[in-house]
Ligand binder design. Structure first.
Ligand code: CP
Length: 296
């Protein structure tokens, strides 16, 4: 059991394995529809989301919770109400857990420090996206049984990616080898200090990978020109059919979504048996049920 889910970095290997085992049980036996009966779960999203917000809603509803989907555009935050005041006021209505997405790193942790409710980080700035990493690890564990010694290559806009950071910590906790690949402007060499190998040549890197995780190019977080052009980016670091054929036999292709088709991935590369993208989404509901269930 955990009080909050704020980052993978704060979890032990046992915490991660406990959530993955809960998820396996939920997938096998189904969710107990009264586990969170009478409890309120608030989706507090200050940034757009399809997969994370909807799957937390489906997950919480499946456990019997009442889900409140707070909407930033129609809320009093547009009148200047702060995050903490918003959370304090909602908590006063009797909230069990907040699921928070925010553009600022550390925003969910701030709420957890000041409000007496469970808090789940649904993505904070460039910091972490722990539920995404857990569902990715769960998806791979279902395929391989064990991640020990497996090589996962994470490709693209690592600089802005909370998914890359959470996956790096989570996959390494489970014994996998993690490498990054992309342009030097988006994959700083300094990231090697986090215990990862860095490739700049995607054709070389793909040959070594047991799974490749493509990242969305986060145009909304780029304050300067970090790539020469989208055509050049796709040519050098995009996954297309030619590159798909260079993968090891049985290697998997993943993407957290949403996909910039034709940029980090050609549409044709999103088809085929090696592609786990929609399995990741399905497992997202199960993992988020496991997370909500494991909150104290
Ligand atoms: N993977 C992910 O976080 O997708 P959304 O932004 O749609 O939630």
């Amino acid at each position: 059991m955990i009080p909050h889910l704020l980052s993978i970095r704060e979890l032990s290997r046992e915490d991660v394995l406990d959530i993955l085992e809960r998820a396996s049980r939920l997938k096998r036996e189904g969710a107990c529809c009264s586990a969170l009966a009478g409890k309120v779960v608030v989706n507090l999203f200050y940034e757009p989301s399809t997969r994370t917000s909807c799957s937390f809603e489906v997950a919480a509803a499946g456990l019997g919770a009442h889900v409140l989907n707070w909407n930033v555009a129609s809320s009093s935050s547009v009148k200047g109400e702060t995050l903490l005041d918003t959370a304090r006021n909602l908590a006063a209505m009797g909230v069990f857990a907040f699921v928070i997405r925010h553009p600022n790193a550390g925003a969910p942790a701030l709420v957890a420090r000041h409000i007496n409710c469970a808090v789940v980080n649904a993505g904070d700035g460039r910091h972490e996206h722990p539920s995404q990493a857990l569902l990715d690890a769960f998806t791979l564990k279902e395929k391989w049984g064990d991640l020990e010694g497996r090589h996962i290559l994470i490709v693209g806009d690592v600089l802005h990616s909370r998914v890359a950071r959470s996956n790096l910590y989570c996959l390494k906790l489970l014994g996998a080898k993690v490498s990054f690949c992309g342009p030097p402007s988006l994959v700083p060499k300094a990231f090697e200090t986090l215990g990862t190998h860095i490739y700049f040549d995607l054709d070389e890197a793909l040959k070594e990978a047991d799974a490749v995780m493509m990242l969305r190019l986060q145009k909304e977080r780029q304050t300067e020109a970090l790539i020469p052009s989208v055509q050049e980016y796709h040519r050098r670091w995009g996954l297309d059919l030619r590159r798909l054929s260079q993968l090891k036999r049985g290697a998997f292709v993943m993407h957290p979504g949403p996909v910039n088709r034709g940029l980090e991935m050609a549409s044709e590369a999103m088809e085929g048996p090696s592609n786990l993208i929609l399995e990741q989404v399905s497992n997202g509901v199960i993992i988020r049920q496991a997370i909500l269930e494991s909150l104290q």
